[in-house]
Design a protein. Structure first.
Length: 84
């Protein structure tokens, strides 16, 4: 009986070891996936910051263009008044 109990215990230990090995592989895979996800998030943040910076430049350029257009319209109105 004690021999059978020892064999059962050894079998259980082997089973637990197998489960732990599988869990270890799963944890490693999950860790790699998390690292990949973290890298993708960092890339997304960099891209968003770059877009924000470039958008800021575009807004500034748009403001300058609007100012020039406003002055051009004013000059055109003055020319029309003088021509009349």
């Amino acid at each position: 009986e004690s021999s059978a109990a020892v064999e059962q215990m050894v079998s259980n230990i082997r089973s637990v070891t197998g489960i732990l090995d599988k869990n270890s592989v799963s944890v490693d895979t999950l860790s790699q996936a998390s690292e990949t996800g973290l890298n993708k998030v960092a890339e997304s943040v960099e891209t968003a910051e770059r877009v924000l910076k470039e958008s800021s430049g575009l807004l500034e350029a748009s403001s300058v263009i609007q100012h020039i257009a406003s002055q051009t319209n004013l000059l055109a109105m003055n020319a029309a008044i003088e021509a009349a």
